[in-house]
Design a protein around this ligand. Structure first.
Ligand code: BES
Ligand code: MN
Ligand code: ZN
Length: 493
């Protein structure tokens, strides 16, 4: 991970310097010193580039003098309109533009300690790389950047502000690592083992295998898993940050549930070959829950939280579940499996029922790469939000605006239920094309037993094919920051 430091403002003796500049700001502090030390090169470059500090605009100056290799100016826009998002994106822009530099100092004349830490967060998030399986990359092609020092007058305050953000970033990286792994490596047992390692953060980790889940009666989840030679797992992660491990729980826990299909071939209702490799990230909901729990533990959040993930592989085989099979879920409700590719809702059905039975949650939030239809509806900008609780929706929407991981509420309505009527069982697992994401949510709602609940369909958000300011292309870890913020703003005692 990119090494972050905070230090008092001083011109670096060599290397790279990034200047964060508000629109209309006049040179002062390090900016003025630098301009003087370079014989006015900075002012001339800004003039030539017409750089005014407008939001998102940059100006790179190579070898400007004063023994510096590069100076990068990043515009923050108008001071009154500076948001956390703008600061994070400035941090990300610095990393994207200066990755050839081993170390960078970041200067500004106006930011608070908290804002300085937010710049660092954006830088770290953008610096993520998954290069475990590259053995032949030339050193000159690898990013050199190892250290970023944010210059601020309030060093101890900035360090304190950075601590929780650092933990959140580490949670994001854990999630991105899981989602990036190829599906031959990250099968359900391996994913469970990686969860076990999180005990070192203070999480209590429980792992259930096929025998335990069979005894409980997880017919829906096990039906999905039965075509694969890989055993399924359910992992329960506990963080007792409010009550402590010794004392009795004071308050109901907040509960997060993730879909963890480590590879989704579709099963007997097999998917077409083109793009099927994308289905390695069909465990992203689980990846987010795991990263979130790591973030909460890492920053010692004052909350009692439980994360549950249902881990299966969906494969066709001689033992696979067939279209037409009827399974009995843990809730006792029966399901006619019309399409074995609508497997996520089957996994969630049993894990959600278990979660509400066992833990009496304050609320449950599930995350799942559930439907292609949500991508048709919302594209790659908003996750779909479905909920039986208006207040929870408002809080999630606010946390989404604050973190940039945005959600858009979609309807739930029993009028859709006729689409999942079955002639032979209590319901069927598919409902035809109209409102495909909604009927999936209606299905899931039958397994929350009336508890406060929200469902996030993250199929359009879990993976990105383009670099974004604080998210390099690939696994995004969407939801880690959103839910970490939801907890921080509303549920910490
Ligand atoms: N994992 C997929 C949904 C998905 C599609 C996620 C594309 C990310 C990108 C899910 O299991 C699935 O196959 N859903 C089907 C449901 C249908 C059979 C009712 C779909 O969306 O086509
Ligand atoms: Mn599927
Ligand atoms: Zn799936």
């Amino acid at each position: 991970m990119l090494d972050i430091a905070f230090a008092k403002p001083a011109l670096p003796k060599s290397g790279a310097l990034a200047l964060l500049i508000h629109e209309g700001e006049k040179p002062s502090g390090l900016w003025a010193q630098l301009d003087e030390a370079t014989g006015g090169a900075i002012a001339r470059a800004f003039d030539v580039a017409e750089f005014t500090g407008a939001k998102g605009k940059t100006c790179v100056i190579l070898a400007p003098g004063a023994n510096l290799s590069r100076v990068l100016a990043v515009g923050l826009g108008k001071p009154a309109e500076t948001t956390q998002k703008i600061l994070e994106e400035a941090g990300g822009t610095i990393v994207a533009n200066l990755s050839r530099e081993p170390s960078i100092a970041v200067a500004n004349n106006t930011l608070t300690a908290q804002q300085a830490a937010e710049v660092a967060l954006g830088a770290v998030l953008r610096s993520y790389r998954f290069d475990r399986y590259r053995t032949k990359e030339k050193p000159e092609d690898k990013p050199k950047l190892a250290k970023l020092t944010v210059l601020t007058a309030e060093v101890p305050k900035a360090k304190a502000a950075w601590e929780p953000l650092d933990a959140t970033a580490k949670g994001v990286f854990i999630s991105r690592d899981l989602v990036s792994e190829p599906p031959n490596v990250l099968d359900p047992p391996e994913m469970a083992e990686r969860c076990r390692k999180l005990a070192e953060l203070g999480l209590k980790v429980e792992i259930l295998g096929p025998k335990e889940m069979g005894k409980l009666g997880f017919g829906a989840l096990l039906g999905v898993s039965q075509g694969s030679v890989k055993e399924p797992r359910m992992v329960v992660l506990h963080w007792n940050g409010a009550s402590g491990t010794a004392r009795k729980l004071k308050d109901k826990p907040v509960v997060f549930v993730g879909k963890g299909v480590t590879f989704d071939t579709g099963g007997i209702s097999i998917k077409p070959a083109g793009g099927m490799e994308d289905m390695k990230w069909d465990m992203a909901g689980a990846g987010t829950v795991i990263g979130l729990m790591a973030a909460l533990a890492g920053r010692k959040a004052k909350v009692d939280a439980i994360g549950l993930v249902g881990l299966v592989e969906n494969m066709p085989s001689g033992n696979a579940q067939r279209p037409g099979d009827v399974v009995t879920s843990y809730s006792g409700q029966t399901i006619e499996v019309i399409n074995t590719d609508a497997e996520g809702r089957l996994v969630l059905a049993d894990v959600l029922w278990y979660a509400q039975q066992k833990y009496d949650p304050k609320f449950m939030i599930d995350l799942a790469t559930l439907t292609g239809a949500i991508i048709v509806g919302l594209g790659h900008e908003y996750a779909g939000l479905f909920s039986n609780d208006d207040a929870l929706c408002q809080k999630l929407t606010a946390a989404g605006q604050a973190t940039g991981e945005r959600v858009w509420r979609m309807p739930l309505d029993e009028a859709y239920d006729k689409q999942i009527r079955s002639d032979i069982a209590d319901m069927k697992n598919v409902a035809g094309r109209p409102g495909g994401s909604i009927t999936a949510a209606q299905f899931i709602q039958r397994f929350v037993n009336g508890k406060p609940w929200a469902h996030l369909d993250i199929a359009g958000m879990a993976w990105s094919t383009k670099d974004a300011p604080v998210t390099p292309k690939g696994a995004t870890a969407f939801g880690v920051r959103l839910l970490d913020r939801l907890v921080a703003d509303n549920y910490e005692s």
